[in-house]
Design a protein around this ligand. Sequence first.
Ligand SMILES: Cc1ncc(COP(=O)(O)OP(=O)(O)O)c(N)n1
Ligand SMILES: Cc1nc(C(=O)O)sc1CCOP(=O)(O)O
Ligand SMILES: [Mg+2]
Length: 210
Amino acid sequence: MKDFSLYAITGEQFHPGRDLVTVMEEAILGGADIIQLRDKTSSKRDVLEKARALRGLTRKHDVTFIVNDHIDIALTVDADGIHLGQDDLPLEDARRIMGPDKIIGISTHHIGEARAAEAGGADYIGAGPVFPTKSKTDVVDPVTTGYIRQVAAEIRIPFVAIGGIKLHNVDQVTEAGAERVCAISEIVGAEDIKDVCRRFRARLPVREGK
Ligand SMILES: Cc1ncc(COP(=O)(O)OP(=O)(O)O)c(N)n1
Ligand SMILES: Cc1nc(C(=O)O)sc1CCOP(=O)(O)O
Ligand SMILES: [Mg+2]
């Protein structure tokens, strides 16, 4: 997969009155280089329409586009890949459906899950929640930066730190070994989304071509 630094996930509850595509375009213009559509409440038809719109946006800016949970929607809009959690479709089945070229990301909360995802052929893993988060209710207790250190020491596929990542604590995460971070509320809930993304990018390693 194309490498990335700053992973922005949608969260429409954080920007009432602001259009989804406009918000995510601000994130991209600020330096988000991978975008995930995550919508846990809309009808499937509505998620599909949002996915189509974000596919158009991400193609325009040559940015990777991932759909959360819904493999059928990811394939329908020709997204670059899918993100799956431990209770979603298993990696092996997802790979059979998606084929060898699509990106599959897997959420992990302990090193056993990270090892299994790597061995099973995941393209990247999410490691979290590092800090408490209000963006996901059914989430395990914070794994702390201790888990980030473990993953950085052992796992060879790309990993992204997620969960409560803010500008004020991102340095703790990078010091623990994360080179890629992911955020919802800190990015899409910001007044100046572009500026927040620029500030995140300034704290992350520079990646080729970006
Ligand atoms: C990059 C990234 N990491 C973790 C998650 C969480 O996925 P999951 O555990 O399936 O939970 P939901 O997001 O589906 O509520 C993610 N979406 N993205
Ligand atoms: C969607 C999600 N997954 C997590 C995990 O640990 O797997 S934490 C999380 C929510 C991240 O939102 P925020 O940046 O607003 O804290
Ligand atoms: Mg999921």
